[in-house]
Write a protein of this length. Structure first.
Length: 480
C-alpha cells in the first residue's frame, strides 16, 4: 500500500512539474521547452563594431564553413504532399478541428521532382524530408508498395541531384487506424495514438519495412520529429490529434515516443550499422541578459528526454548506452517579455534572436559531446507579407548563420543546417504562416513556386561554403 502511494505521488509530482513548465509555453499554441543552462558556458561576444566602421576591418575575408558542411532545406510529408486521407491529421481536419484543411497542400507528392530541383538550384546539398507512415501503411499491417516505391524514387532523385537525404520517419501524422481500438481488446489498448500500449510495436513494424527498402540509400535518419512537443499538444491540451486532455495519456505518450525512438534506432542500425540516427528537439527559450535559458528554471522535458536517450537502459540494472549518434535540434526564437510569450500562437510574431542559435549549439555540445545538426531554423511571415518588426528572411539567414559559424569556430562540430522551409506549406491548421524560401501561389490554384529574395542569398552562401563579406556588410546586425 505504501509503495503504491509513493508511486502515485511521484507520478503526480512529475506530471505537475511538466504541466507548470508547459502550460506557460503552451498558453497560446506552441509548447516545446528550452534546455536549462545547468552548466555555465563561456559565451564569446561578437567582435565590437563601431558605428560606420566597415565590416572588412573586423573580417578581412569571408567566414568559411567546414568542408562537407551540409546546406539543407526541409519539408514534411503532410504539410507538402497533399491528398492525405489516411492519417491522424486528415481525420482531425475532416472533423472540423482546424481553420483550414491541408487538401492538396502544395502537391509535392506529384511535383517532388520539380521541388527537389528547386532545392538543388538554391544550392542545397542536403534535403530533409519525411516518409509518411499512413501512406506506407494505410491499414494496419497492409503496406502500399506503390507509395513505398515513390519514396524510394524520391531518395534516389535526391542523391542524383547531389543532395544528402535526411529522412524523418515520423513527423506528427500517424495512421488514423492507430486511434481505433483493436477489436475485442479492453484496457490500455483502448487509448489512442501514442498513448496506446502497442504503439511502439506498430511503429516498429513500419520502420522495419522502410529500413529494408532504403538500406544503403540513407545515412542520416531522424526517428521522431519534436517528441518534446507532441505529447502536450495532443494528449494534455487536446489541440493536436488525438485531442486528449489526459495526464495519464500524456505520460504514456512521452514514454512511448522515447521507446519508439530506441526501437527505430536499433532497427536502423541492424540494417545499416554505419548509419547516423537521432531525434530532433524543439528549443524554446527566454532571453536573460546575454544568455538564453528555459522559461521556468530546472523544468525541461526536452533535456530530460535527451539525457535519457543518451543513457538508455534496456532493462533495470543494464549498463547505459547512447541511442543518439548526433544531436538534432530546431531553433526559431527566444522570448524576452511576458507579452511575447502570449504571442507564441502567432508564428509571424515570434521574437527573432539570432544569438540563441549560438547558445543552443554551444549548450548541446558541452552537455552531450556529439556532432550537431540544425534540423530546422526559419522565419515566418503572414501570407508572405512583410513582418511588422522589420525582419527580412535574407537578414534572418545571414545573422543566424553568422551565429552558427561562431559556434563552429569555438569548436562545436556542426555537420549541417536545414532551413525551414523550402516552400510555403500547411502549418498544422492554416496556410497563413509562410516560412518558404519559395512562395506558393495558392490564390489562383496554380501552386506556382515563386522565389523570394532569400533564395539568392542562400544560394550565394551555400555554393561558396561561406558567409561572403558582401552579405555580412549588408545584413549583419540588421533586420533588413
Amino acid at each position: 500500500m505504501l509503495e503504491t502511494m509513493v508511486s502515485t505521488r511521484l507520478f503526480f509530482e512529475r506530471f505537475f512539474a511538466h504541466l507548470a513548465a508547459q502550460v506557460l509555453a503552451l498558453s497560446l499554441f506552441w509548447i516545446p521547452m528550452a534546455h536549462h543552462a545547468s552548466t555555465r558556458l563561456e559565451l564569446r561576444p561578437r567582435p565590437a563594431r563601431h558605428p560606420g566602421e566597415p565590416i572588412e576591418s573586423i573580417y578581412p575575408e569571408s567566414l568559411d564553413f567546414p568542408t562537407g558542411f551540409m546546406w539543407g532545406v526541409a519539408v514534411a510529408g503532410h504539410q507538402v504532399e497533399g491528398d492525405d486521407t489516411t492519417s491522424s491529421w486528415a481525420r482531425w481536419e475532416a472533423t472540423g478541428h482546424t481553420q483550414q484543411v491541408a487538401g492538396v497542400a502544395i502537391d509535392d507528392w506529384d511535383l517532388y521532382a520539380d521541388d527537389m530541383r528547386l532545392a538543388a538550384e538554391t544550392g542545397a546539398t542536403a534535403y530533409r524530408m519525411s516518409i509518411e507512415w499512413s501512406r506506407v501503411e494505410p491499414r494496419r499491417g497492409v503496406f502500399d508498395q506503390a507509395a513505398l516505391a515513390r519514396y524510394v524514387n524520391m531518395i534516389d532523385m535526391c542523391r542524383s541531384l547531389g543532395m544528402e537525404p535526411i529522412v524523418t520517419l515520423y513527423h506528427f501524422a500517424y495512421p488514423a487506424w492507430l486511434d481505433t481500438p483493436t477489436h475485442g481488446v479492453t484496457g490500455p489498448l483502448q487509448a489512442r495514438g501514442w498513448a496506446r500500449k502497442d504503439a511502439v510495436a506498430e511503429y516498429s513494424r513500419f520502420v522495419k519495412v522502410v529500413a529494408k527498402a532504403l538500406k544503403g540509400k540513407v545515412h542520416y535518419w531522424i526517428t521522431v520529429n519534436e517528441p518534446n512537443v507532441e505529447p502536450a499538444l495532443g494528449y494534455l491540451l487536446g489541440i493536436f490529434p488525438p485531442g486528449e486532455l489526459s495526464p495519464i495519456a500524456y505520460e504514456a505518450a512521452i514514454g512511448h515516443l522515447e521507446e519508439a525512438h530506441v526501437a527505430a534506432y536499433d532497427i536502423l542500425h541492424a540494417e545499416d550499422p554505419g548509419c547516423a540516427v537521432s531525434t530532433n528537439m524543439f528549443r524554446m527559450v527566454r532571453r536573460s541578459g546575454m544568455r538564453t535559458t528555459t522559461l521556468l528554471p530546472g523544468l525541461d522535458p526536452a533535456q530530460s528526454m535527451l539525457d535519457k536517450l543518451t543513457h538508455w537502459r534496456d532493462h533495470p540494472g543494464d549498463p547505459p548506452r547512447s541511442t543518439l549518434d548526433y544531436i538534432a535540434f530546431d531553433y526559431y526564437y527566444a522570448f524576452a517579455t511576458l507579452p511575447e510569450i502570449f504571442q507564441a500562437r502567432t508564428y509571424w510574431k515570434w521574437p527573432i534572436y539570432p544569438e540563441g542559435l549560438y547558445d543552443a549549439a554551444e549548450y548541446y555540445y558541452h552537455r552531450y559531446h556529439l556532432p550537431e545538426l540544425v534540423a530546422e531554423n526559419g522565419m515566418a511571415t503572414h501570407n508572405d507579407m512583410p513582418r511588422k518588426d522589420g525582419w527580412t528572411r535574407s537578414a534572418f539567414l545571414v545573422n543566424h548563420l553568422y551565429e552558427l559559424h561562431r559556434a563552429i569556430a569555438n569548436g562545436v562540430p556542426v555537420i549541417g543546417y536545414c532551413y525551414w522551409s523550402l516552400m510555403d506549406n500547411y502549418e498544422w491548421g492554416s496556410y497563413a504562416p509562410t516560412f518558404g524560401l519559395y512562395e506558393v501561389d495558392r490564390a489562383n490554384g496554380s501552386l506556382a513556386r515563386i522565389p523570394t529574395p532569400a533564395v539568392a542569398v542562400y544560394r550565394e552562401i551555400a555554393t561558396s561554403d561561406s558567409l561572403p563579406i558582401s552579405l555580412l556588410s549588408r545584413y549583419l546586425g540588421r533586420k533588413s
